[in-house]
Design a protein around this ligand. Structure first.
Ligand SMILES: Cc1ncc(C[n+]2csc(CCOP(=O)(O)OP(=O)(O)O)c2C)c(N)n1
Length: 328
């Protein structure tokens, strides 16, 4: 299946929204305006964008500690995201989750997660519930190569394979787990090599190219929807910023970080493509840039003008009242 021009353009805008949201997040964090801790996915925008473009609204995802992009790509409102990062009551989790724990059942976001390997069993549970309830939705779970060695990830892949559950395991390989390079802790050159151990299908895509990610995602999603069981999709990408904001990346080879934007920019790759194919003009791309800048500015304003979360909010979202996770 080809990719419609509107979708090609839309994916560019989604990536730009993630980029500008996170650049603003970096600035706010540096200024001391955000509590807690932030991990940015700048450079990795093509992965969540391409994956979520292959999903239906009812499909669910689990995100990671580096999850702003996953959640925005699944359709989140930037204002409520920013409010959550600021610890405000209008945030997705009433300001109690912060950057690493945003969830929204309405969007099918079953949580970002500060615990490596914790999202994968949740994704398997979501897929099992879809089967038991006779629902068509599939389940997607993002994780990095650092998380890939966690016991829960292996258990989740094995169980999904045994029960042929509709789960797409998306391994975002950015070359680093905190300060450790890939080869220090992963025994195989590609996680695709591990798929045989679970008896599942796997593929690797260029995680800098949003259209390559979308192609891979469509195939994986198609297999899941047709009942063929889980798929492992590896996306090779690049982390431009430090593991967390404030990490100066002194452990990386000299010059590597500075060279990344020139070599691996998913936005430039896609904008060049759009211009070359005549799908968008420079003026149209500029208009998107202005629209996104406005959206970010409004989101910050919304966050700043929202009330702080209150002590009694601690009792919200603890118990489900409708038996399916709806909060009181
Ligand atoms: C169970 C667990 N162990 C350790 C950590 C600390 N920790 C946070 S992120 C991280 C590295 C994650 O690397 P990866 O999964 O490749 O994701 P990336 O940060 O590259 O996006 C570690 C070790 C954690 N959050 N959870």
């Amino acid at each position: 299946m080809g990719i419609q021009p509107e979708l090609r353009l839309q994916m560019y805008e989604t990536m730009l929204r993630i980029r500008r949201f996170e650049e603003e997040t970096a600035a706010l964090f540096a200024a001391g305006d955000l509590p807690g801790f932030v991990h940015l996915s700048i450079g990795q925008e093509a992965v969540p964008t391409g994956i979520c473009a292959a999903l239906d609204p009812a499909d669910t995802i689990t995100a990671t500690h580096r999850g702003h992009g996953h959640i925005l790509a699944k359709g989140a409102d930037m204002g409520r995201m920013m409010a959550e990062l600021m610890g405000k009551r209008t945030g997705y989790c009433a300001g109690k989750g912060g950057s690493m724990h945003i969830s929204s059942l309405d969007l099918g976001v079953l949580g970002a997660n500060g615990i490596l390997g914790a999202g994968q069993p949740i994704a398997v549970g979501a897929a099992l519930s879809a089967r038991l309830l006779g629902e068509e939705r599939i389940s997607v779970t993002f994780f990095g190569e650092g998380a890939s060695a966690q016991g829960g990830v292996h258990e989740a892949m094995n169980l999904a394979a045994v029960w042929k559950l509709p789960v797409v395991f998306v391994a975002e390989i950015n070359g680093w787990a905190e300060l450790s390079p890939y080869s220090d802790h992963v025994s195989v050159p590609s996680l695709v090599d591990r798929a045989a151990g679970y008896g599942i299908d796997a593929a690797s895509v260029d995680g800098t190219d949003v259209e390559a990610v979308l192609d891979g995602a469509r195939e994986a999603v198609e297999r899941c929807r047709s009942g063929e069981g889980p798929v492992l999709l590896e996306a090779r990408t690049q982390r431009w910023h430090g593991h967390f904001e404030g990490d100066r990346q002194l452990y990386r080879p000299e010059g590597e970080v500075a060279a990344l934007p020139e070599l691996y920019d998913p936005l430039v790759l896609q904008s060049d493509r759009l211009l070359e194919l005549g799908i968008a003009s420079e003026a149209e791309l500029d208009a998107i840039e202005r629209r996104v800048a406005e959206e970010v500015a409004e989101a910050v304003l919304f966050g700043r003008n929202s009330p702080e979360s209150a002590p009694e909010d601690a009792l919200l979202h603890v118990y489900s009242t409708d038996g399916r996770g709806g909060a009181a």
